[in-house]
Design a protein around this ligand. Structure first.
Ligand code: EPZ
Length: 419
């Protein structure tokens, strides 16, 4: 089994350059098949999820070529093929092919998606949106079959401002006849990035980033070139990491506006953050005051950052409570942190963190992508060596993590160990 090993206690200094957004890229790749000619995505992150989506493009007889960080998708000879096993089960974002294939071919057969277990993750809002546009949906043998004689624009109200449902409905609606209005839509920056790509392909989408998105259907979409936005979650992870373990760390190639909630909370704790147009400088390893955190949909504090923030709270003075209003079971990292000497109690969808705690290296396991990040941060300040298993979770969302950390003075390496 491969593990990531970290020798803790080394103060970090230097620059980390943030990659393009995973949660945008995994929507843009399926969206590209809606075009009748090649789509070029600039700045594609080198993460495993991108490889798996590429496999699905090729399963559909599309062409998929990465040259450095530029990804060209050629959907000219696409064939509507059921995506029911293999790569489709590796990540949750596979389900964006439901909306994209429905939008392009009016039919899709997709296996149930994979991804991190964070509590029940239904897709009822996605399916409700597809039905509103005219699709009939059947489920057989673990896959979902969507089919529509015609896709007609509709007014769709989302009971919850779901990122995935908003994206999937946009993908199915761009070529529907007439106007689709998504109400209580998600406002995440990745939604705006997708709308910008689709509009660059000839779609007619207004209001992305607000709670009401209006999509006037068009008959065809053409190729385009699109630069992907920076990853606000990777950025927030490294900012939090720098607050815990950094002497002085520059987190570069970011959009600080996307991180306002995080920056405000860290300043409340007494973290020294200098904000510039496309980067921040964090001077960490200082006395911090524990505060409470509550996640919410954008522009609130991102649920994807609560697990790294729990690690930060273990180093702050006092008791901090982290409440995740988005997922009901996203605290498994707390039990691993306690093995390292943290003092965290998990109650329902909250974690109560008493700090500061002296952390020691231990053998721990990443239970999901961001849990892995929280353990990496803990390892950077723990006494001795920390060994983190299930590295595949971390590699899904953090490209070249050991290079990025070793370049700022950490000591991180991978090893194969017997189970
Ligand atoms: C996206 O997941 C992100 N994933 C998640 O990031 C992120 O945590 C989440 O948005 C919230 O910001 C990608 O973009 C690939 P949701 P998604 O639909 O779309 C409930 C990471 O670490 N819900 O906004 O699945 C659902 O159960 C990942 O990068 C329904 O009830 O999130 C959850 O409680 C983890 N019915 C809540 O909404 C539905 O049909 C948030 O889900 C859909 C969602």
């Amino acid at each position: 089994m491969e593990v990531i090993k970290i020798e803790g206690g080394r103060p970090l200094k230097g620059t980390v350059r943030i990659d393009s957004a995973k949660n945008s890229t995994v929507a843009l790749i399926p969206a590209a098949i809606l075009a009748d000619s090649s789509v070029i995505l600039e700045g594609v992150p080198q993460i495993v999820d991108v490889e798996h989506l590429g496999m699905m493009i090729e399963q559909l007889n599309g062409k998929y070529e990465i040259d450095n960080d530029e990804l060209t998708i050629d959907p000219t000879h696409l064939i509507n093929t059921p995506l029911v096993e293999g790569a489709v089960n590796k990540l949750r974002a596979s389900y964006y092919f439901m909306g994209a294939l429905l939008g392009k071919f009016k039919e899709a057969v997709i296996g149930m998606p994979g991804g991190c277990y964070l509590g029940p993750r239904p897709i009822d809002l996605h399916l409700k949106g597809f039905e509103a546009l005219g699709a009939t949906i059947t489920q057989e043998a673990g896959s979902i079959h969507l089919k529509a004689e015609k896709l007609t624009g509709a007014k769709i109200y989302l009971d919850f401002a779901s990122v995935g449902a908003t994206i999937n409905i946009m993908l199915a609606a761009v070529k529907a006849e007439g106007m689709t209005v998504i109400e209580n839509a998600a406002k995440e920056p990745e939604i705006i990035d997708l709308a910008n790509l689709l509009n660059g392909m000839g779609a007619n989408i207004k209001g992305a980033g607000t709670g009401e998105i209006r999509i006037q259907g068009v008959t065809e979409l053409h190729g385009t070139r699109h630069a992907i936005i920076p990853d606000r979650i990777e950025a927030g992870t490294y900012i939090t990491l720098a607050a815990v373990a950094g002497d002085e760390v520059k987190i570069d190639n970011i959009i600080p506006h996307h991180l306002e909630a995080l920056i405000a909370k860290l300043r409340e704790m007494g973290v020294d953050i200098e904000v510039h147009t496309d980067h921040v400088i964090v001077r960490g390893r200082k006395e911090m005051k524990a505060v409470d955190f509550k996640t919410s949909t954008y522009p609130g504090l991102a649920t994807d950052l609560q697990q790294p923030l729990v690690t930060l709270l273990t180093q702050a003075t006092g008791v901090g409570m982290v409440t995740d209003t988005i997922y009901s079971d996203r605290f498994k990292n707390c039990f691993e942190l306690n093995k390292m000497g943290a003092n965290i109690k998990v109650q329902g969808n909250s974690a109560i963190v008493q700090g500061p705690s002296k952390l020691s290296g231990a053998r721990v396991k990443a239970t999901d992508l961001r849990a892995g990040a929280s353990l990496v941060i803990a390892g950077l300040i723990a006494d001795g060596v920390t060994e983190i298993g299930n590295t595949y979770h971390i590699d899904r969302g953090y490209s070249n993590i050991e290079d990025k950390l070793n370049n700022i003075g950490a000591k991180v390496w991978r090893e194969d160990v017997t189970e």
